[in-house]
Structure formats: C-alpha cells, structure tokens
Design a protein around this ligand. Sequence first.
Ligand code: SER
Length: 318
Amino acid sequence: MRKILITGALGQIGTELTAEMRKIYGSGNVVASNRRIKEGHEQLIESGPFEIIDVNDPVALASAVDKHKINTIVNLAAILSATGEKDPQQCWNINMNGLYNVLEISREKNCMLFTPSSIAAFGPLTPKDETPQDTIQRPTTMYGVTKAAGELLCDYYFKKFGVDTRGVRFPGLISYKTLPGGGTTDYAVHIYYEALKNQEYTCFIQKGTYMDMMYMPDAISAIIDLIEADSGRLKHRNAFNVTAMSFEPEMIAASIRKFIPEFKLSYDVDPIRQEIANSWPNSLDDSAAREEWDWNPKYNLDTMTQDMLEKLRVKLDV
Ligand code: SER
C-alpha cells in the first residue's frame, strides 16, 4: 500500500496531482503539504491529510514521514526559472537544499522519491532540436543549475544508497486550475485567460521562440505512470525527457483563433525571460520515456486549447 507525501502540494502541479492521487490511492493515503496555507485551496486541504512543511526543515519532514508511515515522496516544492533569476540564493536554498533534505529522509526511512526536473536542465550548448535524452546540459539559469544538479544527486542516491529515485524533465505545463508562479513558459497559460477576458494578449516571449509544452492531465499521468513503472525496465532515472508538443507564440494564437476568431496577439518582450527561453531546447526527443515506461501523451495543441477554453469559460464565468 502506498502512503504518499507531496511537498509543494498547493502549487500548479501539486493541486492537481493531490486530487488525482487521492482518487487512485485513497484520500487517507495521500498527505498534502506546503510551506504555508494559500487562499483558495480549502477543498484540497479538507479532502485528506494536510501538513505545513517547509522542505528546508528536515525535522518537520521526518516527523510527517513517521507520523503518516510514508513510503513514497513526491517533491514538488521549487522556485521556477524567472523567480529564480530574481533571487538565485533562495532558488538554490529551496530547490537544492530542500531536495537534499528530502533525499536524506528517503534514504533514512526507505521511501521512493519522485522529483521533477525540467527543460531548464539544458543550456545553450545543448542540441536544440529533438534534444536527446543523454546530451550536453550546462544550464545558465539558477533554476536550471538546481535541476541539473538535482538530477545528478538523485541518480547518486540511487546508485550509492539504493534509494528508488525517479524524475521527468517537464516542459512548460499548461493548466486552468492553479496558475504557475514565475516561470518562463507561463505566457502559454496567461494567453488563454486573456483570450477569454479581453480577446487579446501581450506576450513577453518573442515570436518564433519554440519551447516544449504539455497539458496538465498528461503531466499528472507522467508522474503516476513513472512512479508505478517496473523498476527493472528503467535504464534511466533522473530524469526522462517528456513532451507533448512544441510551439511558438503565433502557433498557440492560431489555435485560439479556431475558437475565438477575433483574438489578437501582440508583443512586449521581457529580455530576462527571453534570454532564458533562448537557452532552452526547441523540442525534446522523449523516446527513452516511451520505451522504458510507455509514456504516451494524449493532448496536442488544438485538443488542449479546446479543453482549456471550455474549462476556463466556466471558471472565469465569461
Ligand atoms: N515551466 C518552467 C519555467 O518556465 C520550466 O520548467 O520555469
């Protein structure tokens, strides 16, 4: 029986992963945690066990693992790329020292650990198109540095201590439930909100900038499928390339226009986030994930756009 602890459970991925895991494993077996209570998450907090945990507090982590007899940890507590460039020290502290604490608890208490990596673990020297699973990384953002170092540290804990560590390199994640906080790919979420509210959007990423993206239901399946994957089939661990689509701003605008023909896209490029985007791949090769644990995303750009607009129309009441 899995007993799961999710850190950063009130974030963009955590809110949806907690709900889905509670459906699959039973509410009582999925402990959500976050470093603080955030407004608007009452339903999640009341739908099962919840703990206030800062990943920088190893005592709080250990006591929650003991109290709930946890055997699986999903470590989602992290600072994203653009916020990380504003405060690199805090980014290192949460992403790296937090991960170290979670790895040590996993080693001491024999837990499986899932930690997401990111397309940010790549850098300007990485082959840009169909970026291979195993290739040059050399990221140039603090977020990317913590993700690449985190991958190495998770692989080290597997090899040295036998901790069952697993992870994926997520692309930009698009969802309608909880907003992402301070990422470079966030434009691809905001654009849907503005398309519905104002029929126009001013994009901070330049026309022609390709990045990988994925709709949240596929991201949630990726986490659960990799956690449940047969360990014997895994040649890689930290972390698998996964992607569902690669597009640039004009392509998502064209997809939105299939449903909102009057939608207008303009640009006011943010040099910091543009530089980050330029250092990331245009598209990933995710064949290792497909071969080793049957990764197979369901949503493409148009099916995602249709679902996003339908769900957001209800949420925003427009
Ligand atoms: N979505 C993330 C970001 O933009 C990438 O992992 O920071």
